[in-house]
Write a protein that binds this ligand. Sequence first.
Ligand code: NAG
Ligand code: NAG
Length: 499
Amino acid sequence: MLVLALLPLLPFLALAFPTQQQPFSSTPEESMNNKINPLKHLSAISPFYIPTEKPTSLPPKCELDRVSLLIRHSSIQGNDDEFEQTMKPFIDKIRNIPKENLPKEGPWKFLRDWDTPIKEETLEVVSPQGKKDAKFLGKYIRDQYEPLFPPKKKTSTKKDKNKTPYKVWTASSTRDIDTAKSYIKGGFPSHQSGNDGEGDGEVVQLVKVPNKAKDWDRSLTPHKACDTFEKESSLEPANKWLGVYAPKVIERLRGIIPEIADQLVDQDILAMQMLCGYESIAVGHSPFCHLFTDEEWLDVEYYFDVRFHYMMGYGSSLSPYLGMPWAKTAKHLLAGKDTDGDDNGGHTPNQDDEGTLGIFKKGGKLPEPKLPPNATHTQLLHPSFTHRESPAFVAVFLNLFNSSSHAHPAFEVPPLDHRVDDRAWRTSHLVSFLGHVALERFHCKGDKEEYVRAVVNGRAEKMSGCEDGKEGSCKWKTFDKWVDERAQRWGDWESVCEK
Ligand SMILES: *[C@@H]1O[C@H](CO)[C@@H](O)[C@H](O)[C@H]1NC(C)=O
Ligand SMILES: *[C@@H]1O[C@H](CO)[C@@H](O)[C@H](O)[C@H]1NC(C)=O
């Protein structure tokens, strides 16, 4: 039934990405005849897409009870580090080549008049298309989980008005907040979404979780709370692989644009492939998307998979520690009992609830949470918006993509001299913009057992070691113990995070 409800939405997905149907067919004699769409192979630079046509449906006769959802923010117009380290040096290099030395014809001719839309001023800013995508995600999530949302109809009775609002939580960076607002506008009727997606404060309330909020930082932005987490060392293995594939690209380009190819370094190849993603996000298209072969796109995808294996995947011993807080919080929320609208279960009774109208109206500022994520919340669906690292850490804590039956499970060290194509660790499927991990608790007719399953971007994924449920899911009882055991194993945060 859920699947049927989703069908009318699918064309929208194609609309959101017109290039998806027939990638780059405008200039056939100039194109690389790509069979793949590079935008689906750029890992954390890939705009939102659902890797499967429709989400994996629940087993027959089963129904959702509760869902926890962790979502990366939507498409931004460039990342600070990638701009500084990689794209800017390339952009400057091209600017400094006299126009008469740039190609006069062929697919590279555009460089003569090229002015990239990727600018220092708009780095980290969600693009208009990124907002549309987040709005789409709101509709899409609503269609999947409709029974878990508050009703759409306008409330009028006093009793209803005193109810605790349904909350959407977001990390405090502007890109997270912008994404969450668009999501709310897509998922709720306008009388509930507030003017700008901040929620009406009665039925829906967006809550901003400061990166430094003690109770929260470990579940939403754990890497910002862990002093030993760093991103630099993962560049070394990734650049080693870049040093294998990029020289081959430069060699190919010597036959096409010898004047430029001579001046290119490995980082410039990466820069152009990144620009394909970010320029498409900023203005809907990029000439750089037409200049590389399928193999070269798969090579850059592998570059990111290598990097993120070490930065936030199975290759970092920190990952399960940093994935633990959200997974534990999610288990707590999934286990929740309805408390009849009282959100303050067990907490200081004179605390104002974070969703009260008063706080919300003052200056239009988003309220901060008054309750930690593991307090008792009454709602059935718990969405949180955050950064790329979190879904990856959670994937490791939940042991996703790591089945020993897979030819290349995700914990396997990626070779740096060749690409492994049938690897389980594919970050394009996990940390693309709006990439999300859901934990879904469900029950089935004629069956006393309760179950939970992990779903990544619409696709059910096995939690290896917790798979005794229906269709690759896990029995709730087993999950409950399994998460506690793993939380114990990777619970000593202080010993690994303090410098
Ligand atoms: C909530 O998390 C805090 C640590 O952040 C912990 O001290 C507390 O026991 C947790 N409460 C519940 C109900 O799990
Ligand atoms: C991944 O799988 C390997 C092999 O089964 C196992 O040794 C390792 O502990 C798993 N990783 C995590 C984080 O559970």
